[in-house]
Design a binder for this molecule. Structure first.
Ligand code: ATP
Ligand code: MG
Length: 475
């Protein structure tokens, strides 16, 4: 009898332990505290449970949630990662949503019908939902581990890193700590290996690892540092900031097509003015637009800096108003002063003005495309805007009508307006064109009627509106 009592007592104790363990498991999944997780893949990671961060599913694109949930259902790990987590933590709407997973691209493709595998260097899966694309990347292997699939150039540049890996390895190849946060769809926690949450709270942009090595691996990270610091309103950590001053030259090794893409992100994302100032401060602007930088060094009465600032302000406010932004307008502004100097030199050497401008444009553009590879349709539009500038002074007869019909008229007129605002063109001319566009047929005819008699015909040269002094002639 006593024996059966003992047996039953043990059974009850055992059951209590099982139930206790069960509840402990449930609660630790839903509400773990931010703590070092000792074992397994997430060693050294800090886990911020849902209650300790502000990312809510309501802010996440429905399509990104679908991708995360379906990967989870198929028993894969799935996280939001990169810029979207960083932006969500700031309460901003992310530009796009990137997913990281332990599923290979082929496995991702098996889960989604609307999926395409892209990329040769590192294969990624794109999942399509109408116009929205969710990029799904398989965790990438460590950059530092010895592997025959990685190639490091002798100057330290990373040429290939196409090895799949674990989440922990994926973390260390990312650039900044705030870009290396992972939002886990399993428990809605944020996984942080690099102190990104703390840096985020302190508004600090910090490169992961040894900055010297990381900039050498990929010098574009210097441009990204400036871009994110400005966009997020973060300060650069001193260790992240310091090497930029001395390593800017490394950008010379970057292919021109990539630098063109980066230049657009730098100047056409709504923060052009601040980005421009900061790039100049670090000597990075000179790497992107050396001719323009040279002009800025010899500036006179804040010219041409003021013109560039106004052009950038113009782009920034268009961005803020949700208007379209065309790269050629700003690029035409950035290279306007080098064009002027090159054309003037040619005119002094006896070339006809029109020919001088055409040759100068060829000269300036062919130098620039070696650094930032603008596509042909962009350089053609830049030329259109430039060459139309000289035509605005012809306000008599049929010419103004023809100018009005030019496809790039509006951009060229806006360009003229910017020049006039900063002392580079006649404000009365802008005024004339503003009135001409608004005028009815009758008024247009009056405005373009040739002046009576020869009184004002061909009297002297038109005033030049550049305030810059001519460079001193060599002795
Ligand atoms: P944005 O808002 O401009 O898209 P982002 O952080 O999402 O910012 P992406 O260029 O879309 O920037 O890159 C996505 C993520 O990939 C980054 O957050 C970062 O983790 C990683 N990454 C991108 N470029 C690099 C790089 N050059 N070096 C290391 N990691 C990078
Ligand atoms: Mg992004």
């Amino acid at each position: 009898m006593a024996h059966t009592h003992n047996k039953q007592g043990l059974k009850i104790i055992y059951r209590v332990i099982v139930i206790f363990k069960f509840f402990k498991k449930i609660f630790s999944v839903n509400e773990p505290t931010a703590s070092e997780v000792e074992a397994g893949q997430e060693s050294r990671a800090k886990i911020y449970p849902r209650s300790e961060h502000c990312i809510s599913r309501a802010q996440i694109s429905e399509n990104a949630l679908k991708v995360l949930q379906r990967l989870k259902k198929a028993d894969y790990d799935a996280y939001l990662v990169g810029g979207c987590v960083r932006d969500l933590l700031l309460g901003r709407e992310p530009k796009d949503f990137d997913v990281a997973t332990n599923a290979s691209p082929e496995q991702v493709k098996q889960v989604f019908r609307n999926c395409r595998i892209i990329g040769r260097r590192f294969r990624l899966a794109h999942v399509f939902f109408g116009r929205e694309i969710i990029e799904v990347a398989t965790f990438r292997g460590s950059e530092t581990a010895e592997s025959d699939r990685q190639v490091v150039h002798e100057d330290g540049r990373l040429l290939r890193d196409n090895v799949f890996g674990t989440l922990e390895e994926d973390v260390w190849r990312r650039d900044f700590t705030v870009n290396a946060l992972y939002y886990n769809i399993r428990d809605f926690s944020v996984v942080d290996y690099t102190g990104g949450m703390q840096d985020h709270a302190n508004a600090v942009l910090r490169l992961i690892g040894d900055p010297d090595v990381r900039y050498r691996e990929d010098p574009v990270r210097m441009l990204r540092a400036i871009r994110f610091a400005v966009k997020l309103g973060f300060t650069l950590h001193p260790d992240t900031e310091q090497p930029i001053h001395t390593q800017a030259e490394l950008l010379k090794s970057i292919p021109a097509a990539r630098l063109y893409d980066e230049a657009l992100k730098l100047f056409l994302a709504g923060y052009g003015v601040q980005t421009f100032e900061m790039l100049r401060h670090f000597g990075l602007f000179a790497m992107l637009f050396p001719d323009t930088d040279k002009c800025l060094e010899t500036q006179d009465h804040d010219f041409p800096r003021l013109f560039l600032i106004r052009a950038l302000e113009n782009s920034d406010s268009r961005f803020a108003d949700g208007k379209s932004l065309t790269p050629y307008f700003l690029l035409a502004a950035l290279l306007w002063e080098p064009l002027q100097l090159a054309a003037e030199k040619r005119i002094q050497q006896g070339e006809h003005e029109t020919i001088a401008y055409q040759n100068a444009a060829n000269e300036v553009l062919s130098r620039q495309i070696k650094i930032t590879a603008m596509p042909r349709h962009i350089t053609q539009s830049m030329r259109d805007v430039w060459f139309l500038q000289n035509k605005f002074s012809k306000t008599f007869g049929a010419r103004p009508y023809r100018l009005l019909e030019q496809p790039k008229f509006r951009a060229a007129y806006d360009f003229l307006q910017l020049r006039a605002e900063t002392g580079g063109a006649d404000p009365q001319l802008v005024d004339w064109w503003t009135r001409f566009q608004a005028a009815d047929e009758d008024l247009r005819r009056k405005m373009t009627a040739p002046p009576k008699g020869n009184a004002s015909k061909g009297k002297g040269k038109p005033r030049r509106y550049r305030t810059r002094k001519k460079p001193e002639a060599p002795q």
